[in-house]
Write a protein that binds this ligand. Structure first.
Ligand SMILES: [Zn+2]
Length: 160
């Protein structure tokens, strides 16, 4: 049943809730019942802060059926500050601006709408952090020059 499934996954999707091993202190996302590091079974809920760095990414042009209207979109592997790697859509950024190692923060966004019943599923995505004061060598959020063709196709890039 899709509704039950969505409800069950809500905590993970909204809050990046994972687990921390009480024995070796390793943190995992998604949560695991048994620690892969030390075999410990005392796993406690741990909510990740949602900050990390872009580890690798690729641009998806051929979206799966039902997701065509979302393409092209960027799927990134994000290395969380606390350690684990999370796969998520990267939003609010032009694909040409993406750099491996750039800082990202989690935001809650609409993930997709399921046809028919109009169910809208929200969840986490990652974006470059917004900065009020600038500095730190990070690009200010600004309007793109009109000369930049925003719909221009970008080459699919996969960085390992
Ligand atoms: Zn452990």
């Amino acid at each position: 049943m899709e509704l039950a499934r969505n409800w069950r996954l809500k905590q993970q999707r909204y809050r990046l809730e994972g687990a921390q091993c009480a024995h070796c202190r390793q943190r995992f996302f998604p949560p695991r019942p048994v620690c892969p590091e030390c075999g410990g079974r005392d796993m406690r809920p741990y909510t990740f802060k949602g900050r990390g760095k872009l580890y690798s990414y690729s641009t998806v042009y051929q979206a799966p059926q039902g997701f065509e209207s979302y393409a092209p979109y960027v799927v990134g592997l994000v290395g969380l500050e606390e350690g684990p790697l999370v796969t998520a859509q990267v939003c609010d950024v032009d694909p040409s601006e993406l750099r491996v190692g750039m800082p990202l923060e989690m935001v809650t966004r609409k993930l997709f709408e399921q046809g028919g019943d109009g169910l809208i599923v929200y969840g986490y995505k990652f974006r470059p952090p917004l900065r009020a004061g600038g500095g730190n060598g990070h690009r200010e959020v600004e309007e793109l020059p009109q000369t930049v063709p925003q719909a221009a196709p970008h080459k699919a890039v996969t960085v390992r």
